[in-house]
Design a binder for this molecule. Structure first.
Ligand code: RM4
Ligand code: MN
Ligand code: MN
Length: 430
């Protein structure tokens, strides 16, 4: 019998913290009431907030220099689903998973769907992988996939994406995320115009294979593994490609995929305006695509992104329904702890964004009161909303302090004996 963190264990953890939480919660409720905010309404919104866990995130990641695997790592997609179930049981904020193919491919897709269902998990967007060669693969992606100079390679990459759609349909997913590693490492290596033409042609074939109620998310990335140019380098290229493809194509914003200092919240506002915001791959970064834990370096920037989302939701922006996914590499932490904390940080930014007084902000903006407008945002950002998050978790049966409850349960030690190292380790991003 596989070890699980039972509801009783979570309840007895909560019993130790619930009196203090009740006190903090009512104090915060009074503070917010003075600002005209009903705390219960905020809790209800937090309860309905969910972010997808990437299946590749529960394995220890690494860099191109090394990977330092932890004990009790998931060995298969089924182990990964178990870990994702644990994250959701404790945080109640991660009701879906985002699988990556062929990493997560199994012969029996129904078994996958059932395993997730047993953990109370559904499927968010499916991700294709044409950035690696797989064992037994006929043609290589060394020089690209959807934009490759060879039609044979492009066809193979298109066929893989169509297969991902079929797998996703069997899982109950409604979107395909396409990130390609295509690009060049030398000036002159690639014809920049033709590479994009070939990509668009290949993407049109994938687009044609989308079921009616599906969408395709185009993910841009400015560098790595190509270091001179990438085919879908920025949101501008992504937006132009999505516009040419049609209404089912939208732009996915991975927070780490921009040059340092780029104003991501403004990109988000633009994409919302043009009804092209697909959603997010959340993470944080300092220098580049660092894939650091969400909210760990620049929580204010994360808040500013959520502020744009809250503003759009508030005015019921047409076509606004972004998907929220995490995409991080956990190299030095227990991935489960990192993912739980990241989900909490995302909830925190979301909650803070709900506290912005939209009317006061708009009035300050109209009056060109620069500092007054800024202070409206700062008031919301500096509010300690932890009691709201903990209350939402407790009401949903999650843990008041997910990391503490997880550590006390010894989950990782149990998994270490249940998952003996077999030589096969389903790694995170490497
Ligand atoms: C890429 C990109 C994709 C993810 C891979 C593993 O940098 O962020 O979303 O699928 O990493
Ligand atoms: Mn990503
Ligand atoms: Mn990335």
């Amino acid at each position: 019998m596989a070890f699980r963190i039972s509801a009783e264990v979570i309840q007895s953890h909560n019993a130790k913290h619930s009196a203090a939480l009740a006190e903090d919660y009512s104090a915060l409720g009074r503070t917010l009431a003075r600002r005209g905010i009903e705390i219960e309404a905020v809790v209800r919104k937090v309860i309905s907030f969910g972010v997808a866990i990437p299946t590749w995130g529960v394995g220890t990641g690494g860099t191109r220099f090394a990977r330092f695997p932890g004990a009790g790592e998931p060995r298969s997609i089924f182990d990964k689903i178990e870990d994702c179930g644990t994250i959701h049981a404790l945080t109640r904020a991660t009701p879906t998973i985002s699988p990556h193919f062929p990493w997560d491919k199994v012969a029996d897709v129904t078994a996958l769907r059932e395993a997730a269902g047993a953990e109370g998990l559904g499927f968010d967007a499916v991700n294709s992988n044409t950035f690696q060669d797989q064992a037994g693969q006929k043609l290589s992606y060394k020089f690209g996939s959807l934009s490759h100079t060879s039609k044979g390679v492009r066809d193979q990459a298109v066929a893989h994406n169509l297969e991902c759609i079929a797998l996703g349909q069997a899982l109950g997913s409604k979107a395909l995320t396409v990130w390609i590693a295509d690009g060049s490492n030398f000036a002159g290596q690639s014809n920049l115009s033709q590479a994009l033409d070939r990509y668009l042609e290949a993407m049109a074939e994938i687009y044609a294979g989308l079921p009616d109620d599906w969408q395709v998310y185009l993910e841009h990335k400015l560098y790595e593994p190509a270091y001179y140019s990438t085919v879908i380098a920025d949101w501008g290229t992504s937006f132009a490609a999505a516009s040419e493809l049609g209404p089912k194509a939208k732009c996915l914003v991975d927070l780490g995929h921009h040059a340092p200092s780029v104003n991501i919240e403004q990109i988000v506002a633009r994409l919302i305006r043009f009804r092209k915001l697909a959603g997010f791959h959340f993470n944080d970064s300092k220098y580049g695509d660092d894939d650091l834990d969400s909210g760990s370096v620049e929580p204010f920037r994360l808040f500013l992104v959520f502020n744009e989302l809250a503003e759009a939701a508030d005015r019921k922006a047409v076509g606004f329904a972004p998907s929220y996914m995490i995409d991080q590499s956990h190299n030095v932490t227990d991935p489960i702890e990192s993912l739980m904390q990241s989900a909490v940080e995302l909830q925190r930014a979301y909650t803070q964004s709900l506290l912005v007084d939209r009317a006061a902000l708009a009035a300050a903006q109209e009056a060109n009161d620069a500092l007054g407008a800024h202070l409206e945002l700062k008031r919301a950002f500096t509010a300690d909303v932890a009691p709201i998050l903990a209350m939402a978790r407790q009401r949903m049966g999650g843990a008041i302090d997910p990391v503490q409850c997880y550590r006390a349960s010894n989950y990782r030690n149990h998994k270490t004996s249940e998952r003996p190292v077999s030589g096969v380790v389903a790694a995170g991003i490497v």
